[in-house]
Design a protein around this ligand. Structure first.
Ligand code: PMP
Ligand code: GLN
Length: 411
């Protein structure tokens, strides 16, 4: 993120004569992730961290005990199978079938990964040839840009439109997206529910995207890690649409659904051909990971529906608390349809530059948030938007709101 580094960091004193830059040119511009930067700032300043999305309450104790038991009983302490343990692959296949009517063969059509992060990297590295274009919604989740770059691909933004009077939700401009398809377009990289805007694609939008993928013979990689955090409308997996199962690599993860983001158990579902392609790269990234945690997540996926209902109801209440509080303080707040993030517009506060706003926020009132601009190529388009997470205890959200009230006071 050289554009906002200090001039000195931008141009370090050249003490090494003619040494070439260490970082490969395709990775230029990829500095420390904003999540690491902002969480470190929160710790350093004692701020309430509504930046990086991780819950402040762990998932079910019974699932944590299951992981501990697996370690003590010697299950998964040595390399698990490359595809993941059969129990978890079966549980993932059953989850897709029970929730969405999608049938996958656990032996050939399911792959367990080191979180969704590795699944995204492995999928992009598997299918992109150098120069291939990847269309993705902007703002991008930050690992998308990095992984497209690592694969030698070219990212093509489909900039999401902020809420308007006619469309009071973040929404895609599907005509603009269609117009950006070229002969080099290889992948449509989707994320619904969408981080950071909280948009959930409607079935009609998904149908249009599916038609484009079929017409132009695109592979769809769809990141559905927030599939169980939908508060308005319903989550519709792209793979359920007619003709899409054969060209869709679906990615999800246990981190959000079960509040164990540190365990890093994710998965891929797709046809045997697609999953084999992803496994081909995955086996040389980590090979395997998280053996004992795989046993615990296999159990978690079989929790009764009540678990999912209660988890999303609890987050919905916290969304409402934070949204109402931020609106009262004068932020522009649009309805979060899914995820555990609220994207706010800071212009009603008389602010324009989200990056400067977020850098100053810990000092001004002891709260950390994420500037959406870092997820945009078009920095101008992202400048006024700032993301807050609500996956924290209600009292923490209330305390953050109390602190943010200082913004309203004359300085
Ligand atoms: N995709 C999106 C949209 C995310 O928000 C996250 C989350 N943190 C990930 C992928 C990564 O998931 P994981 O922690 O399972 O690697
Ligand atoms: N997905 C989380 C977020 O968007 C953070 C993930 C990370 O730190 N890499 O806040």
């Amino acid at each position: 993120m050289s554009h906002h580094a200090t001039p000195e960091a931008d141009h370090p004193k050249d003490l090494s004569g003619s040494r070439r830059p260490v970082l490969a040119s395709r990775l230029h511009g990829l500095g420390t992730t904003i999540f690491a930067e902002m969480s470190a700032l929160a710790v350093a300043t004692g701020s309430i961290n509504l930046g990086q999305g991780f819950p402040d309450t762990d998932g079910p104790a019974a699932i944590a005990e299951s992981a501990a038991r697996a370690i003590l009983e010697g299950r998964g302490n040595q390399y698990p199978p490359g595809l993941g343990i059969p129990e978890l692959r079966r549980a993932v296949a059953d989850h897709q079938s029970d929730w969405y009517g999608l049938e996958y063969d656990p032996d050939t059509e399911v792959l367990i990964t080191a979180g969704a992060t590795e699944a995204i990297a492995a999928a992009l590295l598997a299918v992109i040839n150098p120069g291939d274009e990847v269309i993705a919604f902007e703002p991008y989740y930050d690992s998308y840009a990095a992984c497209i770059a690592m694969a030698g691909g070219v990212r093509v933004p489909a900039t999401l439109r902020p809420p308007t009077e006619q469309q009071p939700r973040w929404h895609p401009d599907l005509d603009a997206l269609a117009a950006s398809i070229t002969e080099r377009t290889r992948v449509l990289l989707l994320n619904t529910p969408h981080n950071p805007t909280g948009m959930v694609l409607t079935e009609a939008e998904l149908r249009t995207l599916a038609q484009l993928a079929i017409t132009h013979d695109l592979i769809v990689i769809t990141d559905e890690v927030y599939e169980h955090l939908v508060f308005e409308g319903a989550h519709v997996p792209m793979a359920t649409l007619p003709g899409m199962r054969d060209r869709t690599i679906t990615i999800s993860s246990s981190g959000k659904t079960f509040s164990f983001t540190g365990w890093k158990i994710g998965w891929v579902t797709g046809t045997a051909e697609l999953v084999t392609a992803v496994r081909t790269t995955k086996q040389f990234l980590t090979y395997v990971s998280g053996g004992p945690f795989q046993y615990a997540i296999a159990e978690a996926l079989r929790l009764p529906r009540d678990y999912y209902t209660e988890m999303s109801a609890s987050l919905r209440a916290r969304r409402d608390l934070l949204a109402a509080g931020l609106a009262d303080l004068g932020f522009g707040v649009s309805a979060t349809e899914g995820t555990y993030f609220i994207t706010t517009d800071i212009r009603p506060l008389g602010e324009e530059d989200g990056l400067a706003f977020c850098r100053a926020l810990p000092e001004r009132c002891g709260v950390v948030a994420i500037p959406n601009a870092v997820f945009y190529d078009d920095k101008q388009a992202g400048a006024p938007f700032v993301r807050f997470t609500f996956c924290k205890k209600p009292q923490v959200l209330s305390a953050a709101l109390d602190r943010l009230a200082a913004l309203a006071k004359p300085q």
